[in-house]
Ligand binder design. Sequence first.
Ligand code: CAA
Length: 286
Amino acid sequence: MAREFTSVGVVGLGTMGAGIVEVFARNGIDVVAVEIAEDALERGRRTLTGSTDRAVARGKLAPADRDALLGRVNFAVGLAALDSVDLVIEAVPERLDLKQRLFAELDRICRPEAVLATNTSSLSVTDIAVATGRPQQVVGVHFFNPAPVMKLVEVVRTVVTAPEVVADVEALCVRLGKVGVTIGDRAGFIANHLLFGYLNQAVGMVEARYATREDIDAAMKLGGGLPMGPLTLLDLIGLDTAYEILDTMYRRGGRDRRHAPAPLLRQMVTAGLLGRKSGRGFYTYE
Ligand code: CAA
């Protein structure tokens, strides 16, 4: 019998973290939503209320269900609030030193039987797991953006993750209405390894002025049957996140040329053109 997680913590309430909180709360699971400072917590709270208010406005969620959903979320500053949850999902920025420090801290604070999961998209789950005294209970749980909508979760097992922990997390995915795929700890797992070479080449095409961004997007949307073209998708993912994923995969994955970040991507990140979240990326947003 799979273990049923009844109380979950999410650390980091950026785009992904806030989306993950929504996924749990929508599915009737209590969530402790944690940030390091009050302003970041407030941003996370706004993302969650914005998303659920949109769902109400579109007639997809009854106001009473929205209120019940929000009632399942306890917002808190600081990790101490996670001392009684049985699963933590970390969604802080993609820096190994930051994640290792956080996991060492979680290891001290959380109950010994709690599972510690990372939503990392390209760092090594093993490198994160060894920062704790319970690497057998550390697993990758990789959601896709926007988390409330995308069906896939990659469940990443390391060479030391206990098989029952992997099975428990796979069962959780089903409970969340997601489809879990299980993979080993390889840079980019399955989806990002395949997706980001393609996204990077699209940036290279813009850089070479080979085609306009609109035509590149139209070609892949209409000719490839995709929900959005690569440059629109990069704006959704966030150019800083995309850059970090590519750079990490390039360095971890044997310096595969396809993953060497296009120079234009770096320039845009340096200039603060991060996509939707900053109001401008390949396109401009209100
Ligand atoms: N939060 C919650 N719900 C959202 C949302 C968000 N941020 N964005 C869209 N939605 C919901 C809408 O409310 C709508 O719900 P209903 O159908 O119930 O009304 C539904 O999603 C469709 O939205 P729209 O009609 O506004 O727009 P759309 O049909 O163009 O869909 C999309 C939007 C779901 C984002 C779609 O364009 C899509 O699937 N795009 C591709 C996204 C993708 O590839 N993501 C993976 C990125 S890679 C990644 O995430 C990995 C990583 O490590 C970075």
